[in-house]
Ligand binder design. Structure first.
Ligand code: IPE
Ligand code: IPE
Ligand code: MG
Length: 267
């Protein structure tokens, strides 16, 4: 049997364990570990970033096939500018290449692409490419791919606070009207359901300034696999793990009425 067939069989077996009624609508991913993957192989870090792009393509396909509706990936954080200029330039160029090479296929697959973050520091031609890709795919409604580029959760929250302060001082809203709903409506992810599942690869157990508001009640899955080695099989494992979670949202597991009567709370 060929290698491809073995992988297909492994993935199919895993898929059978997935409850199709409980597939998360929105999955967010911190794609981490590209540099370590390359260094381990004695290669420049850029090789890890390149391989990371092909993994993203695989996971985009896998999540869409599974029935997810939104995939939000962390591609470049507001803190990533502190990396050596050569690496930053490489990553910026990778955005260009990926958009140029992949946008047609993304569009054919009826996927809408959206960039989330402060795009102002990026080169003019990249901003144009981003704008063109977003407008080409804006009416696609089979799936939404959010790419977080120069994104920081704290910066996003400060931006919302600023917008609301401006609206309040101009009299458009009253300070007493500020609530979660209004706050949500100013977020870069407005109109999109919060992620039910956050996956972080490479074993790091931190959020690194990603979607601080939106992840309030997301289930977190940490995979030790480095992003360039991540694949559909690992993704399906994350989904199965997510489906085993008991999401309580601060409440308790529902109890039959009589148990409540008998509980320690009854007088
Ligand atoms: C994630 O991989 C990609 C970006 C942050 C752009 P890293 O580049 O952080 O890889 P490690 O964590 O150093 O291995
Ligand atoms: C988070 O990874 C950002 C992206 C994946 C784009 P980092 O590698 O930048 O995060 P830290 O430095 O480990 O917190
Ligand atoms: Mg990293």
């Amino acid at each position: 049997m060929s290698f491809g067939k073995i992988i297909y069989r492994k993935n199919t077996e895993l898929s059978k364990r997935i409850d199709m009624q409980k597939v998360p609508e929105h999955v967010a991913i911190i794609m981490d570990g590209n540099g370590r993957w390359a260094t381990k192989k004695g290669l420049p870090r850029s090789f890890g970033h390149n391989k990371g792009v092909s993994v993203l393509k695989e996971i985009l396909k896998a999540s869409k096939n599974l029935g997810c509706k939104v995939l939000t990936v962390y591609a470049f954080s507001t803190e990533n500018w502190t990396r050596p200029t050569k690496e930053v330039d490489f990553l910026i160029n990778l955005f260009r290449e990926v958009l140029r090479n992949e946008i047609e296929e993304i569009h054919q697959e009826l996927i809408k692409i959206k960039f989330i973050g402060d795009l102002s520091p990026f080169p003019k031609d990249l901003k144009q490419l981003i704008y063109n890709s977003e407008s080409l795919t804006k009416n696609n409604n089979s799936f939404l791919l959010n790419i977080c580029a120069n994104y920081g959760g704290r910066q996003e929250i400060v931006k919302v606070a600023k917008e609301l302060a401006i609206k309040s001082s101009s009299g458009e809203i009253k300070p007493s009207e500020v609530n979660e709903e209004l706050f949500n409506s100013e977020l870069l992810t407005r109109g999109i359901k919060d992620p039910e599942l956050l996956i972080r690869t490479s074993g790091e157990k931190r959020i690194s300034n990603f979607l601080l508001w939106q992840l309030a009640y997301s289930e977190i899955y940490i995979s030790d696999v480095l992003w360039p080695d991540f694949n559909e099989f690992e993704f399906l494992k994350a989904i199965i793990d997510y489906q085993s979670r008991n999401r309580r949202f601060g409440g308790i597991e529902s109890l039959p009425n009589e148990s409540f009567e008998d509980s320690q709370y009854s007088s």
